[in-house]
Design a protein around this ligand. Structure first.
Ligand SMILES: *Cc1c(COP(=O)(O)O)cnc(C)c1O
Length: 421
């Protein structure tokens, strides 16, 4: 895909006029900077608050106030099935059937539960392949899981790193590594997108290669869901987990999501750690002995639905439903390409875009490695009302989330770089 972009401000204004999603920005609250909305490029870390969250919270507060325990079965959104209100929208975003999705707990917790269901080490097949430099929580989850099984992380974990001199991975290299360890890998567990480089991996090909050697393939989609459309079922991915507070805009610590392929989720014998909320509703309240898993992904639910952790997600998913992930993605590809184009007009700045240049390998994020001035540029942006994220050594991650970022926002970022550095 190639675009014709220009460096004048009129071009950015025209792009926003032509943008069929530009009105969606007004559905969000922005942090304030000197009496004005800040420009927010941190939606890959914590998405903005949809204005509709407030009213949605009031509805459930009222249900609790006026119905108390009756809120489980009555009121506008009976809490007993509250999570079901979220599933159809998430199925659309992830390319799964409703029976393959559940919403419960939070991301790393769900990752642990999935690992306990899907990592079955034996004497010959016990290795776990993951990307080097995975998000720390994922690294800790795997490390502690391995120790939980009485195994040595150094024996078990295969980390795949970029080849010398490069910052991102090649699918070919990933697949070759899987094939090299064909008889010893039990599980391939990668971030669907690396949080640091912004590289989006080829999930379908990685899954196929993993299945080819008879292992299980799971992904952490924290940076992907709500950012890039997925076809998890069609790609045969075994399981995936994600959080809802990044591109899904559901608020800090909001409920996490799980996808479990039908071949596993419909089988009530698939191993899991259970609790009463994953038990068949017909027998859940009989309070009897014997766990009867629900025959779908919600059979992994454990505790009472955390309603107040789901309200932000419900409000936010209504926006996703209204717009559709295809249009969101189309705008996103264009907006990120525009940012890349403008950055490439700055010959005096010594920096490298470490995110892949191909739109198929990235979402709404560019990670910029500044050989010098990284910290100063970050500070200047913040002082100018542009919120971006900084990671040592010199990486600024810029995420123009398409729901609430505009072409003029991106242009503004470029102007500050051009004027000051
Ligand atoms: C954001 C993120 C997390 C955070 O996990 P929580 O359990 O929600 O705190 C974990 N893994 C990845 C890849 C992430 O991007």
């Amino acid at each position: 895909m190639s675009f014709e972009f220009k460096t004048d401000p009129a071009f950015a204004i025209q792009q926003d006029r032509d943008d069929t999603l530009s009105h969606i920005k007004s559905l969000f609250h922005f942090p304030q900077h000197e009496g004005k909305d800040a420009i927010y490029f941190c939606g890959n870390s914590l998405g903005l608050q949809p204005k509709s969250v407030d009213a949605a919270l009031q509805v459930e507060l009222m249900s609790w106030r006026e119905r108390a325990v009756g809120g489980y079965f009555g009121g506008p959104n009976p809490w007993l099935n509250f999570h079901e209100l979220l599933i159809p929208s998430l199925s659309k975003l992830t390319g799964a059937s409703n029976s393959e999705i559940t919403v419960t707990n939070t991301l790393t917790v769900n990752l642990h539960f999935m690992l306990l269901s899907f990592y079955k080490p034996n004497n010959t097949r016990y290795k776990i392949l993951m990307e080097a430099g995975a998000f720390p929580s994922d690294q800790y989850a795997i490390e502690t899981l391995v120790k939980h099984f009485g195994l040595e992380p150094a024996d078990v974990i295969i980390e795949i790193a970029p080849i010398a001199g490069e910052k991102t991975l090649h699918t070919k290299h990933i697949i070759e590594t899987i094939e090299q360890h064909a008889s010893s890998i039990a599980l391939v567990l990668m971030g669907g997108m690396n949080y640091y480089t912004g590289q989006f991996f080829e999930l379908e090909k990685i899954t196929a290669a993993t299945h080819q050697i008879g292992a299980i393939c799971g992904f952490d989609l924290a940076h992907v869901v709500g950012n890039i459309p997925l076809q998890l079922h069609q790609w045969n991915v075994d399981f995936a987990v994600w959080c809802s507070y990044k591109y899904l805009n559901a608020g800090p610590g909001a409920v996490g999501g799980i996808y479990i392929h039908e071949k596993w989720s419909s089988n009530t014998d698939t191993p899991r750690l259970g609790g009463w909320w994953g038990n068949d509703e017909k027998t859940r309240f009989k309070m009897e002995k014997g766990f009867h898993a629900k025959p779908d992904a919600s059979g992994w639910n454990i505790s009472t639905t955390p309603v107040f952790n789901m309200i932000g997600l419900k409000a936010s998913l209504e926006i996703f439903d209204q717009v559709g992930i295809v249009d969101i993605r189309n705008k996103s590809i264009r907006l990120t390409a525009y940012l890349e184009y403008l950055l490439n007009q700055l010959p005096n700045l010594s920096f490298e875009i470490i995110t892949p240049a191909s739109f198929e390998e990235r979402g709404a994020q560019l990670s910029l490695y500044f050989k010098k001035n990284g910290r100063a540029i970050h500070d200047k942006m913040m002082a100018s009302g542009i919120i971006v994220d900084y990671r040592e050594p010199g990486v600024i991650r810029v995420a123009p989330a398409p729901l609430y970022c505009s072409f003029q926002d991106v242009y503004q970022f470029y102007c500050i770089l051009k004027e000051h550095f």
